[in-house]
Design a protein around this ligand. Structure first.
Ligand code: DNO
Length: 398
């Protein structure tokens, strides 16, 4: 597997040299300075690629070329925006970067309620607490009909949580949910998010899915021509938020979207932490079923709770079968090598890490994307990859 690391570009407090020291060989990044919807100029892509290569690394995956909301709703200037997206895909292919991650989440990108959840060892993790989310949705945002989205016990807990929150805590909760997390799309204030929710909620799952498939039917042929593989990132978390449609949350969703444009350029990002936040998603089975079309993996673990809440646990300690997942991905890589597939390696990155060690208390760390926690995650995952690969080689020799 190709060991990669997400880097937020020249403004990232973590340098390319430090990433190299952590042992990664590939960089996952985006041109964050280009506004969503605009064409990525070749010159900018090449400049970023050179910066990465000058440090002895490779630009392995683009995460992400974000989709403008108008493409998701097929309103406004969406046709021009799709043309722009096609041009960006052609340009990245010309520049020699071949894997593109993107997502089709409505309104909010990845979402957590608590960015400093303290673990028993005093490191900090990211957490999604269903009752806090409900408290925000029902009592602070006051979305019409929001109560119907939650179970009575979640609503009861939400009210208790809300009553115990100071004004500062309420402000922080709102910021965590709607102001946008690193690499995510969409930063709103309260009125802005209300308007965005109104726009998307009426589409329902069927409307949202139809728009995603329409986008794929236009983009996939262009990606194929450009030698680029599109790898859609699942909804994070993989269930409806604010009553909004969600169409990339389950194995059925993944199957339907792969079938909507059944070409090799139409692929998946298997984000273990996102799909894995639902107990009905069997990650190992998904890796085996969709293996051929998985181009990028986010290896992250979580501990789930009954009401849909979860926190991000250590990479090898959680509800996800990380060893089984890596084993399935290594089998797929072996299959590609034997079949002579171009670019057989699957890029993995340690997704998120705890805020720990010297990073605690440092300013400017991107939530989930500090140095030491991810380095620990990468080292643990590398150990699993190394052990499984060694065992495979030995069994071949016998
Ligand atoms: C969170 C990430 C997301 C993801 C985008 C993909 O850590 O997984 O930011 O990169 O949603 O488009």
């Amino acid at each position: 597997m190709k060991e990669t690391w997400r880097w937020f570009g020249p403004k990232d407090p973590i340098s390319l040299q430090h990433i190299k020291q952590a042992g990664a060989t590939g960089i996952v990044t985006s041109l964050h300075h280009i506004k969503t919807g605009e064409v990525w100029p070749i010159a900018d892509i090449l400049e970023r690629k050179k910066m990465i290569e000058d440090n002895g690394l490779e630009w392995a995956v683009i995460e992400s070329i974000p989709l403008h909301n108008d493409i998701k709703t097929r309103t406004g200037n969406y046709q021009q925006l799709i043309e722009n997206y096609k041009q960006s895909i052609r340009n990245v292919g010309t520049a020699g970067v071949y894997d593109v991650c993107y997502n089709f989440m409505p309104v909010v990108d990845w979402t957590r309620t608590n960015l400093t959840y303290t673990l028993p060892n005093n490191a900090q993790a990211l957490r999604f607490e269903m009752s806090d989310f409900a408290a925000y949705d029902v009592y602070i945002l006051k979305r019409p009909g929001a109560e119907t989205s939650y179970k009575p016990e979640v609503l009861a807990k939400a009210k208790t949580r809300l009553d115990a929150m100071s004004n500062e805590e309420k402000t922080l909760l709102e910021k965590n949910i709607i102001a946008g997390l690193p690499g995510g799309e969409g930063s709103y204030d309260r009125d802005g998010i209300r308007a965005a929710i109104d726009q998307f909620i009426k589409m329902g799952d069927a409307g949202m899915r139809a728009n995603l498939f329409a986008f794929l039917r236009e983009i996939i042929p262009i990606a194929e021509e450009a030698g680029v593989r599109m790898a859609i990132h699942p909804d994070d978390p993989p269930f409806s938020l604010f009553g909004l449609p969600r169409v990339v949350s389950t194995a059925d969703d993944a199957r339907a979207l792969l079938n909507a444009a059944p070409r090799p350029a139409n692929g998946l990002t298997l984000c273990a932490g996102s799909y894995g936040a639902r107990c009905d998603n069997d990650l190992v089975a998904m890796a085996r079923e969709f293996g051929e079309r998985i181009y990028f993996v986010h290896l992250r673990n979580i501990k789930r709770e009954d009401d849909g809440s979860f926190f991000e646990s250590d990479h090898l300690d959680g509800d996800n079968d990380m060893v089984g997942l890596i084993d399935a991905l290594l089998d797929e890589e072996q299959r590609r090598q034997q079949a002579g597939v171009k670019l057989p390696a699957i890029s993995m990155r340690p997704d998120h890490g705890h805020l720990m060690g010297d990073d605690l208390g440092k300013t400017g760390m991107n939530p989930g994307y500090s140095y030491t926690g991810r380095m620990k995650g990468l080292a643990e995952l590398r150990g699993v990859i190394h052990a499984l690969t060694t065992l495979r080689e030995r069994s071949l020799r016998v």
